[in-house]
Design a protein around this ligand. Structure first.
Ligand SMILES: [Zn+2]
Length: 231
């Protein structure tokens, strides 16, 4: 194989290496991407906190209501037991019980509101828990599919690196440097010549140049400096 041919082959290997490396990066990104899981977990934690808070409020409201009802019972029993005979005292007790009873209804309404809020949050917690479980299953499945894929790509990459190094060892270091330099600047270092034109810049290559290139010399395009390759 001519030197230009070797460089052209090296370029193909390098490009394939680049593609496989990119593929490996993508697989690794997908393997470590757990954003959706983290979001769902933090949502669940916050809903559970809210649920605890709402349950506390419900308990508090229940106690207040029981307290109120107990007070009413006590005064009622005083009123109807006949132990209190003083009319003024009786009137006061009646007033007091009326006042207490008027507080019961709003407290009951408030308690109902709190109970329904607890139920709403419980339903929300259930939904997020199910969603989280689904995401976890998906995550496991993705790991199972992608881990072997990663192994495959790594094997191909190792082989390509070996091929690249093997080929590079056969090429003079000065020519390798030229190749690397153009590759860095132009992306593609070695280009074919077709119908007398450089396929890198599409400018016509003088006959003498492409004849030399065809003979196997390392000839660079006068216009774009890329190494010309003719099969
Ligand atoms: Zn050119």
């Amino acid at each position: 194989m001519s030197l230009a041919g070797q460089l052209y082959k090296l370029q193909q290997l390098d490009l394939e290496l680049q593609r496989k490396q990119q593929e490996l990066n993508e697989v690794e990104n997908q393997l470590s991407d757990n954003k959706a899981l983290i979001v769902a977990e933090s949502k669940l934690a916050s809903q559970k906190e809210q649920l605890e808070d709402a349950r506390k409020k419900q308990k508090g409201s229940e106690w207040e209501l029981e307290d109120l009802q107990e007070k009413v019972r006590q005064i009622d029993s005083k009123l109807y037991s006949g132990t209190t005979k003083n009319p003024k005292e009786l009137v006061n007790l009646e007033k007091e019980v009326k006042g207490l009873k008027s507080q019961i209804r709003p407290k009951e309404d408030a308690l109902l509101g709190l109970m329904s809020r607890v139920e709403d949050i419980e339903a929300e917690v259930k939904t997020i828990t199910e969603e989280l479980e689904r995401l976890k299953r998906e995550w496991e499945q993705r790991q199972e599919t992608l881990r072997p894929r990663k192994g495959e790509v790594e094997t191909v990459l190792a082989k390509l690196r070996g091929d690249c190094n093997g080929l590079a060892q056969q090429i003079d270091s000065e020519d390798l440097n030229t190749y690397e330099r153009i590759r860095l600047a132009r992306g593609q270092a070695v280009v074919k010549v077709e119908r007398g034109r450089c396929l890198g810049c599409h400018v016509t290559v003088p006959t003498s140049q492409w004849q030399k290139a065809k003979a196997g010399d390392v000839i660079q395009c006068n216009n774009c400096s890329r190494i010309l390759y003719l099969e």
